[in-house]
Design a protein around this ligand. Sequence first.
Ligand code: ADP
Length: 189
Amino acid sequence: VMARLSTLKTLSGFDFAFQPSLDKARIMALAELSFVGRCEAVHFLGPPGTGKSHLATAIGVEAIKAGKSVYFSTLADLIGALAKAEREGTLREKIRFFCRFSLLIVDEIGYLPVIAGGGNLFFQLVNARYEKGAMILTSNRGFAEWGEIFGDAVVATALLDRLLHHAIVVQIDGSSYRLRRHADLLPEH
Ligand code: ADP
């Protein structure tokens, strides 16, 4: 976990000047980690390449430095692990395992379609952690699209009920850092 978290994705390595829609003071306040103690959910929303994973990881690094336990996963890998545990009859143990971390980071919500039954598994985890542990979630899609992402409007509504109750939503409206040297190739907007 630490190895994946620490590959140069730090707050000092983040160029706030590149992303002017982002309030630096707000991000630095999140890095003070009081949201972890309050068991809140932080959502980073925005198009690909705008630094959502970077910021989620950087805050995770700060949490580890502060002695907190952190687990980082993509949504697809997390659901894959839960589905495997369910097949093996160890879902309860797996959910308990993921509940042990003070901060669970779930990256890349919305890129890949969730496997059948995956939304239900993720809901069981989110519900088990609700008001017991903090989360950071990143997504390139809006909350209105969660029904489509999870393939189930009822599960999506139940997920959002938990994940928006004690929540901090950070919307990034900018261009991709990955494509910063290729602005001439991008469609105008
Ligand atoms: P997203 O999760 O929004 O798709 P990432 O956080 O993965 O985007 O960012 C894509 C790449 O660009 C990563 O290597 C990240 O470290 C880098 N990056 C993005 N935004 C910035 C920034 N403002 N300053 C420095 N590096 C950035």
